[in-house]
Design a protein around this ligand. Structure first.
Ligand code: GLU
Length: 298
């Protein structure tokens, strides 16, 4: 991926936040995340299952975002992504007996998540990935493990007075190809002019350059971009959809999906989900972890 200067400065901001997070609470959250993501040494899985295969291989290929601060952002020093999605994926890998350093991270952008799962290019996708019926025709989802909502980001001071999606009529709004927010604008707000890129950091670049009036996607993604904008952007803060985040797995692998659902429920209960939030998206947004959602065992 091309790392824009903007994305690099976001990464730097993320690192600064991490460095400043030396408070006792921050350290506790970190310790807890490390403890609870302890790699299972002697775990046994039924032969022939994806879990047994991955455990035997000692590695897993995981698709995530590389340009979304708080959820999945590539650290330019380590070349590994960091964020809530990365932490959740790492917890799952640990339960498969796979250490964080043995995970192979692949950048999945919004539009290639289903094909990457269908082609076997990744074993699972943890990438701000909304569960919906259209996608379930092609792949399956474990989760949800978080619920976001579509929102709007504007330049600081909101010069166009955009308070919600109806105000996008006649405005130039940026989103990402293959995402649910872009589809929602196309279907329900056709008066808006939609500019589409492959990743959200390019929308942030376009907003900074004054090429678009607004950016729309999930509130938590925009919160990360606002945090890294040095005061240049603000969030409208009026979410108008629900976006339950799931973990994409190849279609029909019910045992793998059940396994991930078990791990998610365990993480909701043992504090590791909350610690993951506090360490990542929670640190950036300054918000406490919400109540975890209920896993949908469809
Ligand atoms: N959650 C939405 C989606 O899955 C928007 C975020 C994204 O594009 O990753 O499409």
């Amino acid at each position: 991926m091309r790392i824009t200067r903007y994305a690099a400065s976001l990464a730097a901001a993320g690192l600064m936040l991490a460095a400043c997070g030396g408070s006792e609470a921050g350290n506790q959250a970190e310790d807890q995340a490390e403890n609870t993501a302890e790699v299972q040494e002697d775990v046994e899985f039924e032969a022939g299952t994806t879990m047994a295969e991955l455990n035997e291989a000692g590695t897993i290929t995981i698709g995530t975002k590389f340009d979304q601060p708080g959820f999945g952002l590539l650290n330019p020093n380590t070349q590994d992504p960091e964020g809530f999605d990365v932490e959740i994926a790492t917890i799952i890998a640990a339960k498969l007996g796979i250490a964080a350093e043995d995970i192979e991270w692949v950048e999945t952008v919004s539009a290639n998540r289903e094909p990457f799962l269908q082609n076997g290019q990744v074993d699972m996708v943890v990438a701000t990935y909304t569960i919906n019926d259209a996608r379930k025709q092609l792949i399956d989802f474990a989760g949800p493990y978080y619920e976001a909502g579509q929102d709007i980001m504007v330049p600081e001071g909101n010069p166009e007075g955009i308070e919600g999606p109806d105000d996008l009529a006649g405005k130039n709004v940026c989103s990402v190809e293959g995402s649910t927010p872009a589809q929602n604008i196309r279907d329900n707000y056709p008066q808006a002019t939609l500019t589409l890129f492959d990743v959200y950091s390019k929308c942030a670049d376009a907003l900074a350059a004054g090429q678009v009036d607004a950016v729309t996607t999930d509130n938590v993604i925009l919160t990360g971009l606002v945090a890294g904008s040095d005061g240049a952007f603000e969030l409208v803060g009026n979410p108008f959809t629900t976006e339950p985040y799931g973990i994409g797995v190849p279609k029909g692998d019910d045992q793998f999906r059940d396994f991930i659902n078990d791990v998610l429920e365990e993480s909701f209960e043992d504090g590791s989900w909350e610690a993951a939030w506090d360490d990542t998206a929670g640190a950036i947004s300054g918000t406490e972890a919400p109540e975890p959602p209920s896993v949908d065992r469809y």
